[in-house]
Design a protein around this ligand. Structure first.
Ligand code: ATP
Length: 319
């Protein structure tokens, strides 16, 4: 293999730059050229290609977002769009692709592989909702960002003796809410995987009040439902002043943690090694300390379950 390409797609995640850097430098180390594709699959269709060298990935390991930019491409969802992408790649002499992104990006990668371009997926998404890997690039950073926000909000909650509902990202999955809730000592955690029960939340608050606790942090994942309604319900049922804080986009950016940078570096390098070994249609994952790879189609059919032990533990520790 003489020339490969790398792209980032779907939502941006801290650590994507570290992964791009690892792909570019590992490939060049093995005398393989690297093309950076701008704006994910949209850039593939429109031939937005940039030749990468060692300098193009200098000074990016610590930066959030992605220097290649990212996009969600409707065109790529069509057979015609994908054929045009393959045509552009062939014209540019691209023989393999590393696609960094979430499960949608992996579906795209699998489709491209079927059209003859060997493709490897690297899990880059803050949601951590990809099967076959205990961690995705960006998750550790977002959890730390949310914990930092909880710490700050808790100061106000304690001072004013108030209940705070904090909404965090996770449209379909509660991994961020669970990890940040456990680390931040939230009194209640509501996630889409486990039916929301506001009565239990209010019982927790009352139990806390009975033993002299005068504030509460309730962490709610986006996917649970209308957080304003949930907040109103808590106010009504508890009769206590409740404030809502929606963290929103401050969660997605920011400098990646050391853990995310190391994970991204290892996964990016492994993706290139697999391509050079002639492997294809794989996704990279981590289990324990070990970097592994899985058939991407098979992986997409698996479901990543929430860790119920951790969920129950968070409940026990917040009594
Ligand atoms: P995140 O988890 O951060 O949202 P993602 O990779 O899941 O990231 P998506 O928007 O779902 O984000 O997917 C990114 C892009 O991948 C889509 O815009 C689309 O171009 C492509 N894609 C998604 N699903 C498919 C599919 N079934 N077939 C081909 N391409 C797909």
């Amino acid at each position: 293999m003489k020339r490969i390409a790398v792209l980032t797609s779907g939502g941006d995640a801290p650590g994507m730059n570290a992964a791009i850097r690892a792909v570019v430098r590992t490939a060049i180390y093995h005398n393989v050229e690297v093309i950076g594709v701008m704006r994910g699959y949209s850039g593939l269709i429109h031939g937005e290609f940039v030749k990468m060298d060692l300098g193009s990935v200098a000074d990016i390991i610590h930066r959030g977002g992605t220097i290649l930019h990212t996009a969600r491409s409707q065109e790529f969802l069509t057979e015609d769009g994908r054929q045009r992408a393959v045509q552009k790649m062939k014209e540019a002499g691209i023989e393999g692709l590393v696609a960094i992104g979430g499960d949608g990006t992996f579906r795209g990668a699998a489709a491209l592989d079927k059209l003859g371009i060997p493709t490897i997926g690297v899990p880059g998404t803050i949601d951590n909702d990809i099967p076959c890997t205990s961690l995705t690039i960006g998750f550790d950073t977002v959890v730390n960002t949310v914990v930092d926000a909880i710490n700050k909000i808790r100061d106000t909650a304690t001072s004013h003796e108030r209940i705070f509902v904090i909404e965090v990202m996770g449209r379909n999955a509660g991994f961020i809410a669970l990890a940040a809730g456990l680390a931040g000592g939230a009194e209640s955690i509501l996630i889409p995987e486990i039916p929301a029960d506001v009565t239990t939340v209010v019982d927790n608050i009352r139990r806390g009040l009975a033993r002299g606790k005068r504030h509460s942090i309730i962490l709610v994942a986006e996917g649970v439902g209308d957080v304003r309604e949930i907040t109103e319900k808590i106010t009504k049922l508890s009769g206590l002043e409740t404030r809502l804080s929606i963290l929103g986009y401050i969660q997605r950016g920011g400098t990646p943690t050391a853990l995310d940078r190391i994970l991204a570096s290892r996964m990016g390098a492994e993706a290139v090694r697999l391509l050079l070994k002639g492997e294809r249609a794989k996704m990279i994952g981590i289990a324990g300390e070990e970097i592994k790879s899985f058939d991407i189609q098979w992986a997409l059919q698996q479901k990543k379950e929430i860790d119920l032990d951790q969920y129950n533990l968070a409940g026990i520790l917040s009594i």
